[in-house]
Design a protein around this ligand. Sequence first.
Ligand code: SF4
Ligand code: SF4
Length: 260
Amino acid sequence: MKYIDIDKENELPGKRIKEKDTFSFRCYPEIGCFNRCCRNLNLFLYPYDVLRLKNSLGISSDEFLERHADAVLCPGNFFPEVLLRMSENQQKTCPFLTDSGCSVYADRPDTCRTFPVEQGVQYDATQKKDTPIYFFRPPDFCLGQHEDRQWDMAGWAKDQDAQRYHRMTIRWAQLKRLFQNDPWGAEGAEGSRARMAFMATYNLDRFREFVIHSSFLDRYKVKSAVLKKIKAHDAELLIFGIDWVKFFLWGIKTKKIRPR
Ligand code: SF4
Ligand code: SF4
């Protein structure tokens, strides 16, 4: 996910795909480059990706992060990026790659789903609105770009079952944009508030424990309907977690959480 300034569209990496634009692409197991794109990657995982993958693997978010992810704080950033850890073999393959393809296909991350289109987010400060933008950027080795099948972005997202991922990625981008300025102060990015923000977005099983079994509910009033939803659905818990981070770090009000 890239942040693109509204006046810098000409600096987009790849060909911008607007609503009515089309691109050629087809990927299938018999293609000569099959699986070549699933190795040696800097594959960024967004919170919804982690949620889907840990559930697909039947492990907790803690275990997933421990086994499969590296959190990296890039210079000038105030919130870590989470990267999928590649296997320690010569080709540094994705840990979920098998001879027959992706073993977590139904729950593959947003980036894999949308590939070879990349997703960016453009913020219009006048309208205070984040808009997803897309650009077609297959690597040279990707033979799928020479196939005849034509797609527009809506058709591609539908075909890849990516719409829900894209909606969650926009929510995540809205929060990440707030982290362009340092919210930590003297405490730094390793402090307790930073650990809380990471837990509320990436470590959802821990966050659920925190909401339900700590003094959280003594200190904050959460509507019973919301509580019911977040107990039952990880995606609702993630949306709640994002709202909670905005509230406790920046005081952005939400109807879901009120101090008692
Ligand atoms: S490189 Fe392109 S065509 Fe080849 S497997 Fe990956 S996405 Fe498909
Ligand atoms: S998650 Fe699946 S699609 Fe994505 S890189 Fe790994 S094997 Fe490839």
